[in-house]
Design a binder for this molecule. Structure first.
Ligand code: NDP
Ligand code: OXD
Length: 309
């Protein structure tokens, strides 16, 4: 009845998680892959980008927990053993940090922080007017999207939340379906993508989608890079619709050095840091789901593999 942490590209996080799990319950054995001394004992894997085939090392595996909100890296593994449950790990700080990041990108854009920084460099005193509020369309009204909606509404913006079911989101008008998307896109000054990556959402932000955006609008993508058809976005930016994009996630990460996004004047980018899982904050959630696995109780935040999130 042990936990294996399989996060080869996040060794420091893996160590912090192991130490926090041990602090909470020193009777639970926790190994960091590949240093697993008794693979037969592992019932729970905590994964972030685990290498192909790694899950097959654990014959008693019951649950794979994503070390974060997204699970596409798990569901895409053809070697994910049938019958193994998948759950994600989302705590309040992940949602709060996402809301802060998105609000920050919108404030930076609307209040022209970059231009004031340049004015300062040039010794220019040049106040500019700004609109009193804006309309923000948030794609995805889940744990993170609803936190984004709440913060943007608290800042006085008109917020529209688009989701599969039209689920209510705090401070937002909710909607669902393609017609609603077509109606809301041209009205939005800002479009925020905080969707999970599934077969239904891959490539959603394509040429047609972008052509419906308001000229000069801001696109913020904090979902996954593959939500955006990157070549279509580059062409759309060159036409000014959207006017600019704040991108935190990319089809290929790290973003290749020669990728045009690096130097495009309409793109502000960040290296997939909108919201980072905090090993201290999630240790109790992971331990709880491990105990649920061992005791055969329902998992918290279990993923529906057919739905893909
Ligand atoms: P949730 O599962 O809680 O919410 C997903 C939301 O997306 C739900 O509102 C759901 O609708 C909606 N949705 C799913 N499929 C569709 C669809 N086909 N059409 C319309 N709406 C759809 O996810 P989280 O909010 O926790 O996380 C969202 C994503 O954020 C993660 O999957 C991950 O990709 C990304 N992320 C990015 C980070 C970063 O640092 N950049 C950090 C953490 C997460 P409904 O409510 O009807 O089910
Ligand atoms: C996540 C992420 O899904 O960090 O948690 O992107």
């Amino acid at each position: 009845m042990a936990i294996a942490i399989v996060m080869p590209d996040r060794r420091a996080d893996a160590e912090r998680l192991r130490d926090n799990l041990n602090r909470l319950d020193d009777s639970v054995r926790v190994w960091i892959w590949p240093e697993v001394t008794a693979p037969d004992a592992v019932t729970t894997v905590v994964s972030w980008n685990h290498p192909a085939g790694a899950l097959a090392e654990f014959p008693g595996l019951g649950t794979v927990l994503s070390y974060g909100a997204g699970v596409e890296h798990l569901l895409a593994d053809p070697a994910l053993p049938a019958g193994v449950a998948v759950a994600r790990t989302v705590d309040e700080s992940l949602a709060r940090d996402m809301a802060e990041f998105v609000a920050g990108r919108i404030v930076e854009h609307r209040r022209e922080f970059v231009r004031y920084r340049e004015d300062q460099r040039q010794g220019r005193w040049r106040p500019r007017a700004y609109p009193s509020s804006c309309t923000v369309l948030v794609l995805g009204a889940g744990r993170l999207g609803s936190a984004v909606c709440a913060v943007l509404a608290a800042l006085g913006h008109e917020v529209v939340a688009w989701s599969r079911s039209g689920r209510p989101a705090p401070g937002a008008v909710s909607c669902r379906g393609e017609d609603a998307l077509k109606r809301e896109l041209p009205r939005a000054d800002v479009v925020v993508c905080v969707l999970p990556l599934t077969e239904a959402t891959r490539g959603l932000l394509d040429r047609d989608f972008l052509a419906r955006m308001r000229p000069g609008a801001l696109l913020v993508n904090v979902g996954r890079g593959a939500h955006v058809v990157e070549a279509d976005l580059l062409a759309a930016l060159d036409e000014g619709r959207p006017g600019c994009a704040a991108l935190d996630v990319f089809a290929e990460e790290p973003l290749p050095p020669k990728h045009p996004f690096w130097r495009h004047p309409g793109v502000t980018l960040s290296p997939h840091v909108a919201s980072l899982t905090n090993a201290e904050a999630v240790a109790a959630i992971i331990l709880d789901n491990h105990r649920r696995t061992v005791e055969g109780r329902p998992l918290v935040d279990r993923v529906d593999p057919d739905r893909g999130y």
